[in-house]
Design a protein around this ligand. Sequence first.
Ligand code: DXP
Ligand SMILES: NCC(=O)COP(=O)(O)O
Length: 238
Amino acid sequence: MTKLSVNINKLATLRNSRGGNVPNLIKATKDIESFGAQGITIHPRPDERHIKYQDARDLKAIVTTEFNIEGNPIQKFIDLVLEVKPTQVTLVPDAEDAITSNAGWDTVKHKDFLKDVITTFNKEGIRTSIFVDPDIKMVKGAAETGAHRIELYTESFAHQYAQGNKSAIHNFTKAALMAEKVELGINAGHDLSLENIKFFKEQIPNLLEVSIGHALICESLYLGLENVIPMYLQRLTL
Ligand SMILES: CC(=O)[C@@H](O)[C@H](O)COP(=O)(O)O
Ligand SMILES: NCC(=O)COP(=O)(O)O
């Protein structure tokens, strides 16, 4: 079964644009779960331009599905995750000035650092995942850090698929097979959408979770969250 974790960063971006509490993230999260989402993802960034650190604390009290916190493990982020104790933490190597995530970890170069951080979270019983490009070397490196899962960075697949190039999936399939071999669970995310999710799911064995935000919220402007979430669930059920 592949779980759908809804990334609510975009709702926080909308809220912050007026400085008040509309839309209300707590209500929206409860609604998203009631529409069928099996997880909630947030990606607090150091400038708190969308999800604020306090949102993570407030959400922990009400999320009843899987709570996934993504981010670059700077000390402030590590402290937040240890305080909130989500179901899962996903380590993402974002530069501070990046508009959005734009690369996976070099798990070979940063192996010692990742191992330290992963050990800290594993000791607290928090499931750990490392954001990686679909590269066999990076998947093997992730396994050596002691992480439970990888999250495949799907931007290249989504971009190529939109151009009609389905062969972009091949590196992902190879990476997923390697992950299975080294006993890593497989998550995926970035630019997944109603258009591309079915094909991705069909081609990736043992996909445990997808985290989807940008496209899902944009699609919901036309179709409504209560319709879009079941549409994803249907595409994720083969
Ligand atoms: C790791 C990843 O791909 C997502 O978390 C994505 O980066 C969302 O972050 P933004 O909402 O800041 O674009
Ligand atoms: N980990 C990916 C994620 O949470 C959502 O990415 P996107 O759908 O906003 O591109």
